[in-house]
Design a protein around this ligand. Structure first.
Ligand SMILES: Cc1cc2nc3c(=O)[nH]c(=O)nc-3n(C[C@H](O)[C@H](O)[C@H](O)COP(=O)(O)O)c2cc1C
Length: 174
């Protein structure tokens, strides 16, 4: 059964990427200090509200990520939701040069090693609840142990670009 709205995409990974970019999200960075070194993994696949009791959030991580192997062993994982004006910081923390990711980045490190970025929109300290196989990604459920809400509005990832909320373009609908 086919409609005029959809088509077979089995041989077109680029079309899948471009289509999925149409879905707006926030951007999170999972970060932890492991043996005195900070590690960061930027993820737009992050989602809140998976479960309230226990309080679970989720993230899909590429199986090829070398950083995930380090972060997943940490006692506590910090999650910061990037805010307005933090697009450049997001790219820096996702850059290939892992050693310089945290250079001149203002953070706070919790007792259990969770790394939280200054001026974010939201902060969580999490532990790993479950990791499931999800094709070329791992689907990680994280249990939220502590959280804090920042003053900054969230940064938006849409169409492979960072966007910011503006009052002029946000309209309350009934
Ligand atoms: C805006 C943005 C969103 C990203 N979202 C994800 C994601 O949801 N999952 C993921 O595994 N990697 C995501 N990445 C890529 C990772 O942040 C990182 O660059 C990649 O895992 C390679 O780094 P590593 O080898 O140090 O893990 C994203 C990168 C950017 C810039």
């Amino acid at each position: 059964m086919s409609t005029s709205k959809v088509r077979d995409i089995s041989a077109d990974a680029m079309a899948v990427r471009q289509a999925f970019a149409q879905f707006p999200s926030g951007v999170a960075v999972l970060a932890a200090d492991v043996n005195g070194e900070k590690h960061a993994l930027v993820a737009s696949s992050f989602m809140v509200g998976v479960s309230l009791t226990p309080t679970l959030v989720a993230v899909a991580v590429q199986k090829s990520s070398s950083t995930w192997d380090l972060i997943r062993g940490a006692a506590s994982i910090g999650v910061s939701i990037f805010g307005r004006g933090q697009g450049d910081l997001t790219r820096k923390l996702a850059s290939k040069d892992r050693a310089s990711r945290f250079e001149q980045v203002a953070v706070e490190v919790g007792d259990d090693g969770a790394v939280l970025i200054d001026d974010a929109a939201l902060w969580l300290e999490c532990s790993i609840h479950r990791i499931s196989d999800a094709g070329d990604h791992w689907m990680a459920l994280l249990e939220v142990e502590r959280l804090g809400v920042g003053d900054n509005e969230p940064l938006i990832w849409h169409g492979s670009k960072f966007r910011e909320l503006t009052d002029a373009r946000s309209v309350d609908v009934a």
